[in-house]
Design a protein around this ligand. Structure first.
Ligand SMILES: N[C@@H](CCC(=O)N[C@@H](CS)C(=O)NCC(=O)O)C(=O)O
Length: 416
């Protein structure tokens, strides 16, 4: 089969992947330029004569047709499978939706993502306020996609389209470099979607491995000023006796700080709650975080509680149930040092329930929890985490997904 054309530009590049993934899905032959040197080949008079912006990727068809802009190229390659190309819209509405998502990815998401990642990669200067503003925008758009994907497998209709290819390719860099396990949890619908798209064999044939971010890349530290360092005088070591004399003679030993909670009087736990919270936030829940928890859990220092909302039959919209949980958690502020938990909204609009598990310090529900105004709206039942059914429920509850959940998880909140 003759190639449909040549994709010009470096081959290892998320923008370049778009048309190649499309060709891979459709079984089309698309030639590439693996020898292409960025910054050299796109600056030659010949290249600029063909593509005046000097950007990559570019496309040249077997018939001499030229195109720039990765998503337009991907769309054009998708059209090479004919009018009913499976990656394009089958109706005017689907076509418009595909364009909507491509444009949102290109015009809204990508510039924000560039504003976050490019300074960290050294492509542009790092200016903190600009970086923060870009990050805010990037998270805003991630949130939008996350909401749209709440009850969808693909962006348009019931199958993969070129919109999914474009969006997934635009998400590769942030998922590799910036979105930690905690972020992936926050944008769980989007993460599920991203994993679904990149694990399609046709996608994998072009992009074999996307290693998810473990730690965000950080801005390079500014070079230390040598001068300032030199000016620093070495500290003269004072004789010990003199050092002691500096302490005011009348300084009495300080009394031990008053415990703020009864729980502070308990023997120190073998597992530090903050260590767990950190591990949970920074790692995938199953299996990594849960394995960590079961390995470190101190059953004398902590107890597990199943938490059920008492008035599930009064719940209506998912987002309202989730707001209820948010309000409860706000009022649990005093318990933050002593408790960790997940309350999930299970089910659907008009038929949902609030359900979850908490791990608390001590063997009773602490007064820091019972004090909260809406504590009475929930039933707290002590459970044995070693019981296999309970253990599986706790794991799936903390992961917000899995077969042990009584019903499908629509939303939820983590108290940490
Ligand atoms: N909207 C264009 C953007 C292309 C683009 O900015 N490409 C970068 C490389 S990823 C480039 O060519 N930069 C060189 C330049 O701006 O001169 C697309 O999606 O293809």
């Amino acid at each position: 089969m003759a190639p449909v054309g040549t994709l010009v530009g470096p081959t290892v590049n998320a923008r370049n992947y778009k048309a190649r993934v499309v060709a891979s899905f459709l079984g089309l032959d698309l030639a590439t330029t693996p020898e292409f040197q960025m910054g050299v080949d796109n600056k030659t008079p010949e290249y600029l004569a063909k593509y005046p912006a000097g950007k990559v990727p570019a496309f040249e068809g077997a018939d001499g047709f030229r195109l720039t802009d990765s998503s337009a190229i991907a769309y054009y390659v998708a059209s090479k499978a004919g009018a009913d190309s499976p990656l394009l819209g089958q109706t005017a509405e689907e076509t418009a939706e595909i364009l909507q998502f491509i444009l949102a990815a290109e015009a809204d998401f990508s510039p924000a993502m560039g504003g976050v990642l490019y300074p960290l990669l050294g492509f542009m200067p790092f200016v903190k306020p600009a970086h923060q503003a870009a990050e805010e925008q990037m998270f805003r758009f991630l949130g939008v996609f996350n909401t749209i994907l709440q009850d969808k497998t693909f962006l348009v209709g019931e199958r993969i389209t070129v919109a999914d290819v474009v969006v997934a390719c635009d998400l590769i860099m942030p998922y590799k470099l910036y979105l930690t396990a905690a972020d992936r949890k926050q944008y769980r619908n989007l993460t599920r979607y991203f994993k679904t798209i990149i694990s399609q064999p046709a996608f994998k044939a072009v992009v074999p491995d996307v290693e998810l971010c473990k730690e965000r890349i950080k801005p390079a530290a500014p070079a230390k000023k040598e001068k300032a360092k030199k000016a620093e005088k070495p500290k003269a070591e004072k004789p010990k006796a003199e050092k002691k004399a500096e302490k005011p003679a009348e300084e009495a030993p300080k009394p031990a700080p008053k415990p703020k909670s009864k729980l502070d009087l308990l023997p120190p736990p073998k597992m530090v709650l903050d260590d767990w919270k950190r591990f949970y936030s920074n790692n995938d829940t199953k299996p990594d975080a849960m394995n960590w928890l079961w390995e470190h859990y101190d059953e004398e220092g902590y107890s597990f509680w199943k938490v059920d909302y008492k008035y599930n039959d009064e719940l209506t919209q998912i987002f309202m149930s989730n707001n209820l949980v948010g309000g409860f958690f706000n009022r649990l502020e005093r318990a933050r040092k002593y408790a960790f938990g997940n309350l999930l909204v299970l089910g659907e609009n008009g038929n949902n329930q609030i359900w979850g598990y908490f791990m608390v310090r001590g063997q009773e529900v602490p007064e820091e929890v019972t004090d909260a105004a809406d504590y009475e709206s929930y039933t707290w039942t002590k459970v044995d985490h070693k019981d296999p059914k309970t253990k599986a429920e706790i794991e799936d509850c903390f992961a917000w997904e899995g077969p042990a959940l009584p019903r499908e998880c629509a939303d939820g909140k983590t108290f940490k």
